[in-house]
Design a protein around this ligand. Structure first.
Ligand SMILES: NC(=O)c1ccc[n+]([C@@H]2O[C@H](COP(=O)([O-])OP(=O)(O)OC[C@H]3O[C@@H](n4cnc5c(N)ncnc54)[C@H](OP(=O)(O)O)[C@@H]3O)[C@@H](O)[C@H]2O)c1
Length: 270
């Protein structure tokens, strides 16, 4: 591959995308932009990488686990739309653009009805890109599960529980997302078959499941059968999506994700 892939940031999503694509294409083909929007350095780097054939993966964003200021979720897409002349862009959206109150899967035609500050910020980012209708932009909309250094993510929260912990699992909150590794593979396929994808792509795992069942899958995959999960029926939300892409079921994805990081720790792609 002659062109470069540029990953913005190294958070939960950005770090896996960077590791997977570096492993696949070699470190010289994949670059990370670690500077922060709206600094001069960030703008300089974006302009430098704005070359025909390059693909920018916008994994920079603000999520609930880390902040209550979500402006960059639409400011960065707005900035990229305004300045980029040559590069292509893959933008991660979220099933949180929907409220989940319909209690059945959301299609691409459904109105983005979230009322939370995070959901509204993600919906505004999507709307900007969809309005622009520029074939150089692709939106991947799903939920994601991955690991993070400070264990604030869902997976990190479960796997970092103390021995014999008791936690609640929502039996009526549905998860239909993918691991960050699966997300990286979809982005990779998108890069190579750009024209085959719509501007907006809905992604779902095979067999969306309750958060209660998701915790039990994580327990099995990460050898944490000591954790006790209580059925909690207080929350009723379904943000699953009517998918364009159906991936493996989440249990198989978690095994693949776990094994990928085990190998990565041993430096297998170097
Ligand atoms: N997590 C999910 O469940 C989920 C689901 C669907 C879609 N997404 C989307 O995926 C994207 C990445 O989310 P994530 O889960 O990877 O979150 P994350 O782990 O918090 O990573 C976000 C990254 O963005 C960086 N960042 C924050 N402010 C920035 C700025 N002003 N300029 C440049 N970079 C900045 C952060 O850097 P610092 O750590 O240094 O602040 C961090 O590396 C977001 O757009 C999110 O909405 C996430």
């Amino acid at each position: 591959m002659n062109n470069k892939i540029i990953v913005l940031s190294n958070g939960l999503l950005g770090s896996t995308v960077f590791h997977y694509l570096s492993y696949k294409y070699g470190a010289d083909k994949v670059r990370q932009v670690m500077s922060k929007y709206p600094s001069d350095e960030f703008q300089r780097e974006i302009e430098y990488f704005d070359k025909k054939g390059n693909v920018i993966i916008n994994a920079a964003g603000a999520i609930l686990q880390r902040t209550d200021k979500f402006g960059i979720n639409y400011e960065i897409p707005h900035y990229l739309i305004s300045v980029l002349k040559h590069a292509r862009i893959i933008h991660p959206s979220s099933s949180c653009v929907f409220s989940g109150l319909k209690l059945s899967s959301y299609s691409k035609e459904d109105r983005m009805d979230s009322t939370t500050p995070y959901g509204l910020s993600k919906a505004r980012g999507d709307a900007l890109i969809l309005e622009k209708n520029d074939p150089r932009f692709k939106i991947v909309r799903t939920s994601i599960i991955g690991d993070d250094v400070d264990k604030k993510s869902f997976l990190g929260w479960v796997t970092s529980q103390p021995l014999n912990a008791t936690i609640n699992g929502y039996i009526y909150e549905i998860f239909g997302g993918v691991t960050t590794l699966t997300w990286a593979k979809i982005a990779d396929d998108m890069i190579h078959r750009w024209e085959a994808y719509d501007i907006l792509t809905h992604v779902s795992c095979k067999y969306p499941l309750s958060k209660y069942d998701l915790i039990n899958d994580i327990k099995k995959v990460y050898g944490r059968q000591d954790i006790k999960v209580l059925v909690d029926s207080r929350v009723k939300l379904d943000k699953s999506l009517v998918p364009d892409i159906v991936t493996d079921d989440i249990y198989d994805q978690l095994i693949e994700f776990r094994d990928f990081y085990k190998k990565l720790e041993k430096g297998f792609y170097e």
